[in-house]
Write a protein that binds this ligand. Sequence first.
Ligand code: AMP
Length: 501
Amino acid sequence: MNVMMVLEMAAQGFGDRVACVSGEDSLTYQELYDAAGQVAAYLRASDCDYLAMLDISSLALPIGLFGAAWAGKPFVPINYRLAEDQVAALLPRIQPALLLTDATHTASIPGGVAVTPIARDAFIDMARSAKETVKPDWHMDPEEVAVLLFTSGTTGAPKAAVLRHRHLVSYIFSSVEFGAAAEDDVALGTVPPYHIAGVVSVLSSAYAGRRVVQMPNFSPGGWLETARRERVTTAFVVPTMLAQIVNELQRTGSANLPRLASIAYGGGKMPAPVIESALSLFPETGFTQAYGMTETASTITVLYPDDHRAAFASDDPAVRRRLVSVGRALPGVELQVRDGQGNVLPAGQRGEVYVRGEQVAGEYVGKGSLLDAEGWFATRDAGEIDDEGYLFLEGRADDVIVRGAENMSPGEIEDVLVRHLAVADVCVVGVPDTHWGEAVAAVVVLKPDATVSVEELQGWVREHLRSSRVPQSITFTEALPYNETGKLLRRVIRADLATGH
Ligand code: AMP
């Protein structure tokens, strides 16, 4: 097994189709295949053990991902937004490496590490210099490492998650239909290469035979404009991007995107008001929510378009609530919810989510596999599964607030507060409290021109939840901190509250 199987099938099945568009430039699937072969030869002739990428999306992303797989060297996309010293701390862990990057970073590689920079344009030119199609000679060892992805390292040094060929290939084979894209299907790619969704979308688009238009710098206006110009039919966004697109449309009017058949989203929690507005603003579009993580080679559960529309149209609270569910397990993926002692909990009870399946890697460099003897991986996400298999997430297990003897999830309180008409966004955290151990604190962003008192918001929570859930303190702020892939940075909020900001 090798992820190159995906590109080989694409080149044979629809070699003339455009695979990737970046600005004015593009590659067909056959050209991508030839370029990957050229990169593989280059890497094999070098003394590099890794192909790292410290750059925004460009044609170099699919070429590098497939070329490294062909050469049998791990592909290592690195967050190009990291500070110089953070990058400098990662590079010694992946040497000797060829580092695909842009002109600014080329100049700032620290001394003393075996990292050879190659500028994006030079890399693409080298890849395109292929004179003939190289014969397929990649390894088929499914255990070979395809991709290393550094986690964001919110606590301690970033961990390098290991994804072997079998994890990525089994995900693609089980979740994407070969050649499913129509000739004129166009996907808009906005997720950066250093996120698992950015990596996997290259593979799933190739397997489906879809053209990807890359958009490295997201803005809501730019996204709408590109989607119209390029006649985009499918897009993936993180929830913060969808929230910005919704805001933009509420300001400027209709989306006017009749060809946009599907929008998939995931990577972080989607607030109910955002998806509700999106369903109204894009009445013809099918929405798909994906939940997954780096360690599971991306998506493990999906909430399909029909689930969205059925929940949106329903008066039954149990069905309506599914709009904020992350959906059901993909075929081949099993889920369990367990309590703190490891006992499997029945439907409707909250605990930690565990996952098992061919695509589940659960491994880090230097730490080995974290799967238990039966192959289960502890996600660190808290949640519950309803009696029809829909998973509801309630934040990270570490974010659970323990007030007195009571455990509560911040997500539950946030879901109530964000439904208040004055509230645009909210984050709830536990803060140290001498009496209770932890107290509930909320940080609220108001909608433009809205006003509301702390007492009214506290009363709103009391009306909908038990009184122990009422935030003891509520502060107002202009915007909450998210990372660029849509994750709310609770630790930043906790730190700000602790220092009184
Ligand atoms: P990462 O490996 O950086 O993609 O982070 C994975 C984590 O993001 C998961 O463990 C969840 O906590 C969160 N996450 C991913 N997708 C979703 C989603 N659809 N809804 C809520 N949280 C999500």
